[in-house]
Design a protein around this ligand. Structure first.
Ligand SMILES: Cc1cc2nc3c(=O)[nH]c(=O)nc-3n(C[C@H](O)[C@H](O)[C@H](O)COP(=O)(O)O)c2cc1C
Length: 189
């Protein structure tokens, strides 16, 4: 079977993160994002793809800052409330019943109840006709100690970070399961 271009996101699990920002007049915003990836370990950068009409994009442009929050299973309803198209002056933390968590290096707050908080500053914007790639530098990264060991590895089976499989009329929220095979990085060399 050959999939159509608009089905291209159906072929793999996508991460679900919440991007929190503030507007220049201080309105808090939160939005789910799946087109997100860290760029090449051990670099400090992350990349987001954004449609042009997004309050998140506008806030990042206005303030140069954003926080990538990693929501666990249980936050699906809040994620879907934040996915609605509110006017920019609406506080989406209030709409979704989210509590903020003060950030250390940026003004935008993190979201309480998430597993990790990556505070980022805007490094570069790559504008295409229909979308924008945001390259951010992670300036501070804190995780919930209850779900990470001393080496900084997540106990993902307990933490259950959200991901999603997209389909024709909607998406199924998912989380990672261990396949049974562990690989040491030394196997690559
Ligand atoms: C699971 C999920 C993932 C999403 N991923 C993206 C994305 O990667 N890029 C994007 O521009 N919009 C994405 N959206 C849509 C935005 O979250 C949605 O349009 C939201 O209202 C934008 O909010 P804002 O205007 O406050 O930024 C996603 C929505 C959901 C539910």
């Amino acid at each position: 079977m050959i999939l159509k271009p608009n089905q291209r996101e159906n072929i793999l699990p996508l991460p679900v993160v919440l991007i929190s920002t503030v507007s220049k007049d201080g309105t808090r915003n939160a939005a789910p994002w799946s087109n997100f990836t860290p760029a090449l370990r051990p670099l400090e950068e992350v990349i987001l793809a954004s449609w042009i009409k997004r309050d998140t994009l506008e806030n990042i442009r206005q303030t140069g800052e954003f926080v990538v929050n990693i929501p666990p299973v249980g936050m699906e309803d809040a994620v879907m409330i934040c996915a609605r198209n509110y006017p920019p002056e609406v506080d989406e933390f209030l709409e979704a019943g989210l509590r903020d968590r003060p950030s250390v290096k940026v003004k935008a707050p993190g979201i309480d109840g998430c597993l990790a908080w990556a505070e980022c500053v805007l490094e570069e914007e790559l504008a295409r006709e229909k979308f924008v790639l945001i390259i951010g530098k992670v300036v501070h990264l804190v995780v919930d100690d209850r779900f990470f060991n001393a080496e900084g590895s997540m106990d993902f089976q307990r933490a259950k970070p959200l991901s999603a499989m997209l389909g024709k009329d909607g998406m199924s929220f998912t989380y990672p399961a261990f396949s049974g095979r562990y690989a040491d990085y030394r196997e690559m060399f």
